[in-house]
Ligand binder design. Structure first.
Ligand code: KIV
Ligand code: ZN
Length: 513
């Protein structure tokens, strides 16, 4: 069976979703999960966008062995040099360079003639080939470009050494039938089309990103660019899980498959949602909480009699587990460590492992039954290096009483010094945040506060995301605890620590595409 290449751009296009910024450590964690899922190409970022992006790509290039690590670059020498430098440590590396080809983009944005664009694209491939033989070229806004011009530019970049040609529907404008037609015509008309991989990159502005990608695959595309949970610029990109499972479930039509280990899809979805603070809607295909829940009596009856009456996929095949009970308070350090390894979680030092194990014991005392999801939340607390933990929660006491104003007392460690504060608020979380702010005086603005129960039951841990912004920088903080106010305080402090750790670092004007 022929193979569909899965190119994941969660860390690049996905990060362009408003507020979905990730730290370097978080990106490495996601990249490791993508590798475990056997994604073929990981677009780790856009090296020239900011020093932070550059460092993240370099770290990913240093930690990923199986997947190809790719950096995006505009079609200019400076961007491409930066991309080449960032991916240098990777075992398999790709440069993805792009330039716009639609009349509106060339005239209004680039102020270049089609001839100049073509010339620049050819030069870009030459610069990229100095760093790697694996060079992808994207004709940005191909969905609104002239077919004859696309044929000319693709022909020229193949001659210059591009190995993957990407046809992006940058603004989500195309329809499945017309997009398939475009791919067919390109493959028919461009000389040596059979020597390269044809790729598509569809945005979801009309809710058609997956449909367009799949139509393109039927027309001959052999790489799909997609993101976990469909994250991405504006309405997002084609969702990886939907593309992969559509192709696999309807192999009778597609006659091909991807390398993806689908049992890693749900863990990847949860990880990305937790890190970015973007919740997954319950009725989202494949990864939504209700994607495999049958509510109607007739459906339940049918499934009980014969599962395939109403199910076209099996929940366990995409990584849904029955909230597997994994550990309890009597579990030892070794059992803890090996379950983490099975979950693909690697703690860099013995110190982090010991700290995580101590936290696990405290949680097990409160909660008795610890599930995989609890472990994942617990570990995310460990991924912030201790050195970066400028603010730490030492003590909290929150009073909430009918008819009384909620009040919070907080004791924090700030750079190793103990600080206390007390504040009232409209609710216990509000009071806790105000007390923290009395101490931190961060000047940050709260953009998002969201709470999610990690598992079922009233003893479940609450997982909180707090999104803060200051001076144009946006960070997401996470915290988990069986006490929702403590989880909220931890998430707030996690976000403050991220703002603190990057305040002297660069990238004030991080740019996207
Ligand atoms: O949407 C787009 O056109 C892109 C390109 C850079 C591939 O993200
Ligand atoms: Zn895009």
């Amino acid at each position: 069976m022929s193979r569909l290449i899965i190119f994941d751009t969660t860390l690049r296009d996905g990060e362009q979703s408003p507020g979905a910024s990730m730290t370097r450590e978080e990106k490495v964690r996601i990249a490791r999960q993508l590798e475990k899922m056997r994604v073929d190409v990981i677009e780790a970022g856009f090296a020239a966008a900011s020093p932070g992006d550059f460092e993240a790509i370099r770290s990913i290039a240093g930690s990923i062995r199986e997947s190809t690590v790719c950096s995006l670059a505009r079609a200019n020498e400076k961007d491409i040099e930066r991309a080449g430098e960032a991916i240098a440590p990777a075992a398999r590396k790709r440069i993805h360079t792009f330039i716009a080809t639609s009349p509106i983009h060339m005239e209004k944005k680039l102020c270049m003639t089609p001839e100049q664009v073509l010339e620049q694209a050819v030069k870009a491939i030459g610069w990229a080939r100095r760093h790697t033989d694996d060079v992808e070229f994207s004709a940005e806004d191909a969905g609104r470009s002239d077919l004859d011009f696309l044929c000319r530019i693709f022909d020229a970049v193949i001659q210059a050494g591009a190995t993957t040609l990407n046809v992006p529907d940058t603004v989500g404008y195309t329809l499945p039938q017309t997009f398939a037609e475009t791919i067919c015509r390109l493959i028919e008309r461009v000389p040596n089309a059979d020597r390269v991989i044809w790729s598509v990159h569809c945005h979801n502005d009309l809710g058609l990103a997956v449909a367009n990608s799949l139509s393109a695959v039927l027309a001959g595309a052999r790489q799909v660019e997609c993101t976990i949970n469909g994250l991405g610029e504006r309405a997002g990109n084609a969702s990886l899980e939907e593309v992969v499972m559509a192709v696999r479930t309807r192999a009778d039509i597609f006659m091909l498959d991807s390398n993806i280990d689908a049992t890693q899809i749900v863990p990847a979805s949860k990880l990305v949602s937790q890190i970015t603070g973007y919740p997954v809607q319950p009725n989202k295909a494949i990864v939504g909480a209700n994607a495999f829940a049958h509510e109607a009596g007739i459906h339940q009856d049918g499934v009980l009699k014969h599962r395939e009456t109403y199910e076209i996929m099996r929940a366990e095949d995409v990584g849904w587990s029955q909230n597997k009970l994994v550990l309890g308070k009597h579990s030892g350090r070794n059992a803890f460590k090996s379950r983490l390894a099975e979950l693909g979680i690697v703690l860099e030092s013995e110190e982090s492992l010991n700290a995580a194990f101590a936290r696990f014991k405290t949680l097990a005392d409160k909660k008795h039954e610890i599930f995989d999801e609890d472990l994942q939340a617990l570990i995310s607390d460990e991924t912030l290096a201790p050195a970066a933990e400028h603010y730490r929660l030492n003590y909290s006491r929150v009073a909430s009483e009918t008819g009384e104003t909620p009040c919070a007392q907080m004791i924090l460690s700030v750079g190793g010094h103990e600080r206390k504060a007390e504040a009232n608020g409209s609710g216990p979380v509000d009071a806790a945040f105000k007390a923290i702010e009395q101490i931190a005086r961060s000047n940050a603005q709260l953009l998002l506060y969201s709470v999610n129960a990690i598992t079922t039951g009233t003893d479940a841990q609450g997982e909180v995301t707090v999104r803060l912004t200051r001076n144009g920088r946006v960070v997401n903080g996470q915290g988990a605890d069986t006490d929702i106010v403590i989880a909220s305080a931890k998430a707030y402090l996690n976000a403050l620590n991220k703002l603190h750790s990057c305040q002297d670092k660069l990238d004030p004007q991080k740019g996207g595409v």
